[in-house]
Design a protein around this ligand. Structure first.
Ligand code: NAP
Ligand code: ZN
Length: 361
């Protein structure tokens, strides 16, 4: 008989899990492997709440494997390190992001692109290298191979820095890969001003881009300009402004989490412009061919980033004082936070104060 999540490993852990597609989270006792020779055990301090957590607990993508303990924006303290661990010592402040495993020998891994390794394993809702299930950061500790642990730079706050581990790298990587940072002053549209979108504005400004937020929420305009530093704001429901902005952008980063029309976004691009899709709506989007073909435009995608680039992004954010704007919540406030996230009602990332609010019953 298969062992229960609580008894299959020696290391007892407490967290919160969703049990079915209602997505309701509740206390959950489980276990993790003992710290191995290459592992770091992390006492979790803070964990960000990504929209991917919400998609997963609701089974939006059809492959949720319950119980699911979400959470992949983890900041904590290393409490144990294996004998082969050279990068970290006990007491170090560390981060864990979206992936915790890969084959470490394929072409992608050799190029520091573990995120595209065919055997990459996610921090939660996935099976780890030992064949047992991975559980995420809505819990008191996690055991991770050192390759997938990040040094958390001095000066970067643990709470508002946590969302960089997913939201930060997810927007940073395509800016570099698609050439947005090569020439200062290029015009970037950021579609969707949520967790990813608001960090995209800050990182893009630090790279010297001109940034326009493309949003469905008129009420976000003032803050986008005055607090986040966007150069302008476009409401998708204002046909006149959308019309006036046609053909003005070199790039668009699309972070919208729900099904939406690409046609108006593609129209905003200049000839040869690129739209980079980051959002993962539950159903496929329609891809209109005319604006692509007639304007030599391109649609691409991007999935988080490799470990080396994630470290580079954290160091970049520390240097430029970039953090997320967060609403700090207690663990038992997670269900109402998820309801608000579903309505895009968060400024702009919930972060769980795990160490101060997660207490076993
Ligand atoms: P989020 O905080 O909920 O932000 C998403 C934004 O999309 C909302 O704030 C809203 O912005 C807009 N939006 C939501 N519903 C909409 C609708 N029905 N129509 C138009 N706009 C809508 O989510 P997030 O954490 O930033 O994640 C965004 C998406 O990226 C999710 O699908 C997530 O799974 C995915 N993701 C991908 C990666 C990757 O590696 N590619 C990594 C992390 C997350 P406005 O109010 O401004 O319109
Ligand atoms: Zn995420």
């Amino acid at each position: 008989m298969a062992k229960s999540p609580e008894t299959e490993h020696p290391n007892k852990v407490f967290g919160w899990a969703a049990r079915d597609k209602s997505g309701v989270l509740s206390p959950f006792n489980f276990s993790r492997r003992d710290n191995g020779e290459n592992d770091v055990t992390v006492k979790i301090l803070f964990c960000g709440v990504c929209h991917t957590d919400l998609h997963t607990i609701k089974n939006d993508w059809g492959y949720s494997y319950y119980p699911v303990v979400p959470g992949h924006e983890i900041v904590g303290i290393a409490t144990k390190v294996g004998k082969n661990v050279t990068k970290f010592k006990e007491g170090d402040r560390v981060g864990v992001g979206v992936i915790t495993g890969s084959c470490q020998s394929c072409e992608s891994c050799d190029q520091d692109l573990e995120n595209y390794c065919p055997q990459m394993s996610f921090t939660y809702n996935a099976i780890g290298a030992d064949g047992t299930k991975n559980y995420g950061g809505y819990s008191d500790n996690i055991v991770v191979d050192q390759r997938f642990v990040l040094r958390f730079p001095e000066g970067l706050p643990s709470d508002s820095g946590a969302p960089l581990l997913c939201a930060g790298i997810t927007v940073y990587s395509p800016m570099k890969y698609y050439g947005m940072t090569e020439e200062a002053g290029k015009h970037l549209g950021v579609a969707g001003l949520g967790g990813l979108g608001h960090v995209a504005v800050k990182i893009a400004k630090a790279f010297g881009l001109k940034v326009t937020v493309i949003s469905s929420s008129p009420k976000k305009e003032e803050e986008a300009i005055t607090q986040l530093g966007a150069d302008s704001f476009l409401v998708t429901t204002d046909p006149q402004k959308m019309q006036a902005a046609i053909g003005t952008m070199d790039y668009i980063i699309d972070t919208v989490s729900a099904v939406h029309a690409l046609y108006p976004l593609l129209g905003l691009l200049k000839v040869s412009g690129k739209l980079i899709a980051l959002g993962l709506p539950e159903k496929p989007l329609e891809l209109p061919m005319f604006p692509l073909v007639l304007g030599r435009k391109m649609v691409g995608g991007s999935d988080i980033g490799g470990m080396k680039e994630t470290q580079e992004m954290l160091d970049f954010c520390a240097k430029h004082n970039i953090t997320a704007d967060i609403e700090l919540i207690k663990m038992d406030e997670i269900n109402s936070a998820m309801e608000r996230l579903a309505k895009s009602d968060v400024k702009y990332r919930f972060v769980i104060d795990v160490a101060n609010s997660l207490s076993p019953p």
